[in-house]
Design a protein around this ligand. Structure first.
Ligand SMILES: NC(=O)c1ccc[n+]([C@@H]2O[C@H](COP(=O)([O-])OP(=O)(O)OC[C@H]3O[C@@H](n4cnc5c(N)ncnc54)[C@H](O)[C@@H]3O)[C@@H](O)[C@H]2O)c1
Length: 448
């Protein structure tokens, strides 16, 4: 078909799946002058966005969302009015180590009757290698289009960190994976309006780049957690060891330990792991990161028993300063604490509603933080939210004998396990790892 014969469209882009990735993207496109609209199956999310309210925390978008220039529709038919379609639905794993393609498959089925000649379909969800080729073949089987001639397909991964979307969606280099010149030109024309730097490759390389970025972080953090466990076995100080290892040594960038999870890091390794049957480094990283809650409980129990104690968990989301609890390790930490039959477990996270939505532990009450720590005998700092150092300092004054488990070094005295009163004895030297990208404080060197 002659390109001139392609229909004109009312919108430049439709974002399909306007969640934590799709909504910031849609809003940033609007800000860049792109005529963008959304489509999402969640009525709750649509109602919030169309009322001008962010349905989750993502700083920087308050003005854009309240302008109501970005609308989210309830019907896939809206895509027929859009020159490009960007798919940002969830891509979980099945319970086994196996990619769950059902959301991508459903999108293709829902959109197929509404596709028009000349459109670009761009996958942006994180996908298993081969998924974009699956989508290309699916479209050619279920429509009259030939990709590269009268329909266009690209894989353009999203690599931003939650909490930093507003900046990173415009500043990270955009990788564009295509298999034909027409799709490449269409994807370029779209993303040039958003980002300055564009890098080209094929479908599978673009898919792998996204997975490699996330798996690198996951394995790196696993190593940091492994080193923390080894240091504790030797009675050594992981924070000091890390600081010395990194200090002015150009070949070391050891991350800080932490509770490593979250919906992306925890699932993305599986998208490569499913391709080989052997035990390997990724599975070891998974096991190490998954062991951290047990390590924190068992190694604290070598100092103090939890049985019959008032135990507080500070933070419930998977990383600092977010309200995202998906795949957080804190429910698992709660369950290990619960096995010790403490007198009470109080959970506090100022980013979340009360009760905390967590079916596996029957939605615990979300305590105001001052109430939670009053009379606490043991405190686990499970997330490094802003403000927790001050909470620990108050605890040190009020309950100096309370034990603290502080894997994030929020107290800043370079100890994983300590009595709160120690915070008053030693000046805080360590970092407070906070912010979306400082989850593990990669590469920071703090000198005494
Ligand atoms: N959250 C992150 O920080 C991040 C960063 C980079 C990449 N990713 C990847 O981006 C993808 C989306 O992640 P997310 O965190 O935005 O997920 P999310 O759950 O917040 O958003 C997905 C949205 O898609 C909607 N949806 C599901 N099926 C649909 C369908 N058939 N039609 C229309 N809408 C549908 C859901 O209602 C939801 O609002 C995943 O592949 C994820 O791995 C996430």
């Amino acid at each position: 078909m002659d390109h001139q014969a392609f229909p004109q469209f009312s919108f430049d882009v439709c974002i399909v799946g306007t969640g934590r990735v799709g909504l910031p993207l849609g809003l940033s496109l609007i800000e860049a002058g792109v005529a963008a609209i959304g489509y999402d199956v969640s009525a709750e999310l649509r109602d919030a966005v169309n009322a001008g309210v962010m349905p989750f925390q993502e700083p920087g978008y308050e003005e854009l969302i309240s302008s109501r220039k970005f609308r989210v529709e309830a019907t896939p038919a809206v895509v027929s009015e859009c020159a490009s379609i960007i798919v940002t639905v969830g891509t979980p794993l099945h319970n086994h180590v196996e990619t769950d393609l059902s959301q991508i498959q459903r999108v293709l089925e829902d959109l197929a009757p509404h596709l028009r000649p000349g459109q670009l379909l761009c996958l942006r969800s994180t996908v298993s290698p081969g998924t974009t080729e699956f989508a290309r073949k699916w479209i050619e089987r279920h429509t009259d289009f030939t990709v590269g001639r009268d329909f266009f397909v690209a894989f353009c991964p999203e690599r931003l960190a939650e909490g930093k979307a507003y900046v990173e969606v415009r500043t990270l280099p955009q990788i564009i994976g295509t298999q034909d010149a027409g799709s490449r030109a269409r994807a370029d024309a779209l993303f040039e309006r958003l980002t300055e730097e564009i890098l080209h490759t094929d479908f599978v390389t673009a898919e792998l780049v996204k997975l490699f970025n996330n798996i690198l972080r996951y394995v790196h953090f696993a190593l940091a957690n492994n080193f923390a466990m080894i240091a504790d076995d030797f009675g050594a100080n992981i924070y000091e060891a890390r600081r010395l290892a990194n200090h002015h040594y150009p070949r070391s960038f050891l991350a800080a330990p932490g509770l490593t999870a979250g919906t992306c890091l925890r699932k993305d390794f599986g998208m490569i792991n499913e391709w080989n049957p052997y035990p390997d480094m990724f599975l070891s990283a998974w096991k190490l990161n998954e062991y951290v809650p047990n390590f924190l409980v068992e190694n604290l129990r070598q100092r103090v028993e939890l049985h019959d104690k008032v135990v507080v968990i500070l933070g419930f989301s998977f990383k600092a300063d977010t309200d995202d609890v998906r795949d957080s390790l804190v429910p698992k930490l709660w369950r290990y604490i619960h096995r010790q039959l403490p007198a009470e477990i109080r959970v506090s996270d100022h980013n979340l509603a009360d009760p905390i939505p967590e079916p596996s532990i029957r939605s615990p009450r979300n305590w105001p933080v001052a109430e939670a720590v009053a009379g606490a005998e043991v405190v686990f700092v499970a997330t490094n939210h802003t403000g927790y150092r001050e909470v620990l300092e108050q605890l040190a004054t009020d309950s100096p004998e309370a034990w603290v488990s502080d894997i994030w070094n929020v107290g800043g005295i370079d100890q994983v396990f300590y009595k709160a009163g120690q915070l008053l004895e030693r000046p805080a030297t360590g970092p407070v790892a906070r912010g979306a990208d400082a989850t593990h404080d990669v590469g920071r060197v703090v000198t005494r």
